[in-house]
Ligand binder design. Structure first.
Ligand SMILES: C[S@@+](CC[C@H](N)C(=O)[O-])C[C@H]1O[C@@H](n2cnc3c(N)ncnc32)[C@H](O)[C@@H]1O
Length: 354
């Protein structure tokens, strides 16, 4: 059972520090500033669960749904030859959030494998409805909106290449399709193979790559990607499964492939459910078992300052860092999902080439 050494307070404050080394401005003329920061030493749980898992937060003891935990436990994991179960998990959540009217991802349901589709249908009825009204779902809804906005604002600024890293069952290549815009989806070959069985026609150029094993640069160039043209890269829901050297390598590679005016959106950290009841501890234990079985282990959980420092080191200039509570308040308020007591250890960053 996890015991957390989690700070009771996570003060957030506007910081006026210049985010880039040498105090430079980014080449697009933006002042490089971090909007939010928090104290890393206060935000490190001693044990971790997986991304998108139901987790505990003694800041706000609250009952959560064991059925919710069952959602994150309903998987048999990613091995080298099997598709990612966490990616199916996120697609299930997006499908359910669409049913709830919180998201508009009409492609998510069709991307589910049969047993996941059945589970999502089950969540719509009776007491099972509680599953879809927890903080982890609220965070995933906000995260989806954050990345959607990163892509749509880049397209509005004239960017014509979108690279979705570790795409899973992402549907932006269909939802955000735009004349003259090319989408590339990079993912582990096993997940990508599975996705292509159910994905609608058209969509992205598929680029199978296993990070830390295959050359991302070669694979993207081979797929027709143009490093001399501005791009927007999304790195959603995957940094936590990589080691810090792998994340560094990914950021460096993406930077090498980035023409001036290119952008990056990336998120860090785990699920944000707040709970400390017996029921939720059972859920948390099941979630830990699932992650232990899946091979999708959590290996990288930086604090905001560490993540921003690595971005700067690799040639990126963080423009805006938003914590999970911020994003949930911004995007999920007014829905049936909870918007309070969201853990700030998950966050997302918009960056530009420096
Ligand atoms: C939690 S899913 C996120 C999927 C998608 N970005 C989303 O948010 O719905 C994690 C994704 O990372 C991919 N992944 C994990 N480890 C990987 C690796 N070493 N190389 C390439 N992809 C990897 C999995 O295939 C999966 O699609």
């Amino acid at each position: 059972m996890a015991h957390y050494e989690y700070a009771r307070a996570h003060p957030l404050w506007e910081t006026a520090k210049n985010g880039c080394s040498a105090g430079q401005r980014c080449d697009r003329g933006h002042a490089c500033r971090s909007r939010l920061d928090h104290r890393p030493s206060q935000a490190r749980p001693r044990h971790t669960l997986g991304d998108d898992a139901v987790t505990q937060d003694p800041v706000s003891p609250r009952r959560t749904s064991a059925l919710g935990a069952a959602v994150v436990c309903h998987s048999f994991g990613m091995r080298r030859s099997t598709p990612s179960s966490t990616a199916q998990n996120v697609a299930l959540v997006r499908s359910h959030l669409t049913w709830l009217g919180v998201l508009d991802d009409r492609f998510a349901e069709g991307m589910l494998r049969p047993r996941w589709a059945l589970l999502e249908k089950g969540m719509r009825w009776g007491p099972a409805r509680r599953m879809g009204r927890n903080r982890t779902f609220a965070w995933l809804a906000a995260r989806t909106h954050f990345f959607d906005d990163a892509v749509t604002s880049a397209l509005a600024a004239g960017v014509r290449q979108v690279v979705v890293m570790a795409a899973g069952y992402d549907s932006r290549a269909w939802r955000l399709a735009h004349a003259g815009v090319r989408f590339y989806e990079v993912d582990h070959p096993a997940t990508q193979r599975d996705k292509r069985r159910r994905a609608p026609a058209g969509g992205p150029a598929y680029v199978p790559v296993e990070f830390g094993r295959d050359s991302l640069e070669d694979a993207l160039r081979l797929a027709g990607f143009r490093p001399d043209e501005p791009s927007v890269f999304t790195i959603e829901g995957v940094t936590m499964y990589l080691t810090e050297p792998q994340v560094r390598d990914l950021l460096e590679t993406v930077r090498r492939l980035s023409a001036p005016a290119s952008r990056l959106a990336v998120n860090y950290g785990l699920g944000v459910e707040a709970a400390a009841t017996r029921t939720s501890r059972v859920g948390a234990l099941l979630a830990r078992v699932q992650f232990a079985m899946s091979g999708e282990r959590i290996t990288y959980r930086p604090a905001v300052a560490q993540a921003e420092a690595l971005l700067r080191d690799t040639g990126w200039c963080p423009q805006e860092t938003r914590t999970a509570p911020d994003l949930v308040r911004e995007y999920v308020a007014g829905t049936t999902l909870p918007t309070t007591d969201i853990r700030p250890s998950a966050f997302a960053v918009n960056a530009v080439v420096s």
